[in-house]
Design a protein around this ligand. Sequence first.
Ligand code: GUN
Length: 318
Amino acid sequence: MNAIRIDGKAIAEFLRARVARDVALLQAKWNVTPGLAVVLVGDDPASSVYVKMKARHAQAAGLKSRQCLLPSNVSEAALLELVEELNDDESIDGILIQLPLPGHVDRWRVLEAINPAKDVDGFHPYNVGRLATGLPALAPCTPLGVMHLIKTVVSDLSGLDIVVIGRSNIVGKPLALLLGDAGCTVTGAQLQTRNLPDLCRRADIVVAAAGCPELVRGDWLKPGAIVIDVGINRAQDPTGTVKIVGDVAFAEASKRASYISPVPGGVGPMTVAYLLANTVNAAVSRRGLSLVMSPDAGQVWPASFRETTREVELQQAT
Ligand code: GUN
């Protein structure tokens, strides 16, 4: 079997176009331009690239975009002051503090200072609690993107066995909540989990978000499984060239899986698309407007992609 690639790049492009359409609608109907502020502390090259990409896509979708770049030695007090200013700024609907923050800053104190209504990362304990209780909430962007990719290839998730490897606040924990709400039996695994390969072999869907290059091998998978790779790792190939690789050994896994998301071009672009969608949703909710505009996972994928996919028939473990 050769797995079909889940083309996150194309799906995200489609989503961003929908966000752009929604922004145009908001402007025409209510003269509202949603605004996103992205805060970067320090000059970590990877974080700088992500922040620039987020700002570029925000602008392309018609959002107002503000980048706040602060030196790595900025005081926690100054950062908290900036968050207060953004909370009070009526033209800003979404605030994202790019992580990680330098060690001298208390990450949680800063994240908790964000107005939960503008918390487009979904990291504020208020939103985490609402998500956990099933109340409407701003949810983290990467898990929303993963849910969307899964729903693109399998319409009914109820009853499926899913292993999520990794328990981060950004991906693993919120994703387990979303999958549980969709009726899945979710096993939250981590690197220390005993018999991880066996556990994965029993799963209909494996999501790898452990930050460990090529952790998931081909023979860890049940034939026909769906594999979603959230990892973004820098690794050197035998010639010394640095490459970006995921948490899944892609070539091996492609021989066993029915669908697989690649790295790059899988989950990454979806995270950015959902950041834009969350910002538009925050703009709508904050003003009490009633435009139904959230990208509805499962219903929105490019026709060209849908035509190349088939409903998955999950095979029994062999
Ligand atoms: N650093 C790595 N991923 C993320 C993310 O999704 N949001 C923020 N704010 N920082 C990150």
